[in-house]
Design a protein around this ligand. Sequence first.
Ligand code: AMP
Ligand code: MG
Length: 419
Amino acid sequence: MTTATAAPRKPLMPLDDALVQLLAAAEPLAGAESLATFDADGRVLAENVVSSLQVPAFDNSAMDGYAVHAADVLLGQVELEVRQRIAAGTAGAVLLPGTAARIFTGAPLPSGADAVVMQEDCTRLNDERHAGPETIRIHSVPLPGQHVRHAGEDVQRGDTVLAAGTRLGPAELGLAAGVGRAELRVARKPRVALFSTGDELIMPGTVAPQDMPPGAIYNSNRFFLQNLLRRMGCEVADLGIVPDNRAATIAALQAAAADNDVILTSGGVSVGEEDHIKPAVQQLGTLDLWQIGMKPGKPFAHGRLGAAHFIGLPGNPVSSFVTFLLLVRPFLLRLQGVQDVAMKPIAVRADFDWPQADKRREFLRVRRNANGGLDLFGNQSSAVLTSAVWGDGLVDVAPGEPIVYGQTVRYLPFSELLA
Ligand code: AMP
Ligand code: MG
């Protein structure tokens, strides 16, 4: 038997290598802007936020109750006269020995006090006696420091509370505000031109489902890609649908390269005659990365068109979605100055078998079940977008390594990848 000699196929680049190469090309964008702290959610800090004060700024009460000097209350049932009332936002006077101060959560601890007794542990005696100065009986023995929030226990003066390169979320904005910052310097938004290739594509709303011509499909990718880009803090120029021919592809790429940091396309990046992206990019610029050993998502490309990055995603919706999450997302974060962009898989039990592992590293659409394990979506085709809706994450399967029911696997939640 003779074997036909085919041209040796170039091995696919492993995903990790592709990511390293892609991130190495992702020089952080020059230029930053000042934004109101309120408006900075999702953006990346371009400065260190250093605190010029300590937080809390003063010792204060963690409870509604009574501020005391713990040494005055060494036994249960001690009675103390209440000489002052300190609400949040006011300052008390010195606490005299043998007295207590009515105090509320967040109010400054009066000097001389070193503990707070919660009001539930005290009885007000005036109702019983109907006269005399306000007096309480304390039923518990406070430890020094009890229910006191100490000055600087959260932030010390001079602390860098948020480092440059931090992606800002609600908690970060709250912390920045807590040290007095109403404005923040953030990396500018990457400008991304987006277009979908494919003569079969029709925008929903332009043709009713019953009137769709033979072979036509609605453009799904444009909807999730545009919104994924916005979530990643990008300014999107959506150039719509580009037909499957060389001239139109070249014209679209040239227009997009003029004033964008990134050009992101979907479809047309395989090797069929109707795939025009690769030759067009090679004609106008360079193609550095091409085809990755992952499933879904083998057809993925990165190159340069002048100063702009070119990224070509596969046309199949799940491939497009998954390659965005695993490759484009970290790339866009790095452009904005985020250093740690590595995905952090969680060890979770697979409540399914996956006996036929692929030669490529595979990302299965799964979802958590009520028993703390993962269920597998029945159809793992890269064209079945329902899998990404049903699923709440991906299982990262090593090339050629089957999964046995009950085994611990590497789970990547969409909640993290979509944030
Ligand atoms: P391609 O990579 O252009 O060969 O496309 C692969 C598959 O994805 C084909 O079945 C296309 O019809 C489909 N496809 C390409 N682009 C889109 C899109 N924007 N929305 C939905 N399906 C698409
Ligand atoms: Mg196509």
